[in-house]
Design a protein around this ligand. Sequence first.
Ligand code: FE
Ligand code: CA
Length: 454
Amino acid sequence: MANPFTLGVASGEPLPDGVMLWTRLAVDPVHPDPKRPGGMAPRAVEVRWQLAEDERFTRNLRQGSIQALPVWAHSVHVRAAGLRPGADYFYRFRTGNQHSPTGRTRTADDPDSTRPVRFAVADCQRYEHGLYTAYRHLAGERPDVVFHVGDYIYELRESARTVRRLEPPRRETVTLHEYRNRHARYKSDPDLQAAHAAAPWVPVWDDHEVLDNYRGRGDGSAAFLKRRGAAYQAYYEHMPLRVRPRDGALQMYRRRTYGMIADFLALDTRQHRDATHMLGPAQEEWLLTRLRTSPVRWRILIQPLFFARRFVPGPPPNLRRDSWDGHPEQRARILAAGAPGLVVFSGDVHNAWAAELKSDFLDPAAATVGVEFVASAISSLPPATDVPAVLSANPHLRFFDGRRGYLSCTAGPTDLRVAYRAVDFVDVPGAPLRTAAEFVTEGSGLTFENASSK
Ligand code: FE
Ligand code: CA
């Protein structure tokens, strides 16, 4: 068999005692025949896996084998358990005489730990718009964990603004085969593979993993639900998730806790959305309960959409209805939960912002009850924005940067630090890493640590 590890390796969903390991066999990542996704024959393939505490696979070696099945596009999801908390591990796969690259992963910290947590936040990686240079830099930082806040793929037909091209037919994805091939196209990028191989990931999705601006069950038609089910299945097949899709649904909201330091509350702002609820009632109750009762230092929302009010002066619409500005009542309930150490991460708008979250966004004297850090995009190009007008119309918005990039963060017992990493260009390789700004917060209010625009 030709090399089947063309999509790299990944790990994710870290717990104090375990982590998921992922790969997908594909000798030809974007093979055109729907009956042979990845160019693989329609039969099960045995895959051996190994995990150890050192890169030479000698210390505490664990291993096993698993069947890669055609029904899941020969993806494998290995549940590694019984591991030490807050520890680095290395893993690899083998089938026949073919070996995968080695990945590095890390378990979550022990429940009593007060050790600082180093994490990165990335999002929005439209393939045609640019190179994933930012991911190469992110991989070099080797954070404890990487959060992806959505638009991992774009279902759209090929963009007119093209740094690199999709393969034919370059159309909007609708079928399971088309979603699989779009994921495989993205996953074949070596910089994205490096970021997955460097640290465990906890991803949440936004709209473009399925369809631009969709919500919930869409128009309720059988055609849409079939399409959404296909998109969810392809997403699962390309991510190191703990749970599988069932009956066209995939449980995505979840909590990942790091010691006494951080509760990462990963939200699903799409699947359960209806006209009045961004999250749906069950997810909101789960979230509010955890915000009120969590004993840890930081309550951190991991979700795609701009959370602070953002009024855009000029002709209407002045508020983005697809974002939290379309669901102000639910946003107000979250902000009123009285959660100390509330931090929101978001993305989606393809530019970097920072905000103070106010108990009443229309009252400049209102209390600051949390902070928000908006990641730019790994590669997706931004819409035109009148930045000075938006900043002056929204005094709680404190920072803007228009470059591609990601966030590099450290949550500790006293403060939380966020560095805005940026690359100056994504149309040719080799952009060096910049730090656009650094913020420190103790939970309510932002301080510029270093505003040098290097
Ligand atoms: Fe996006
Ligand atoms: Ca989006």
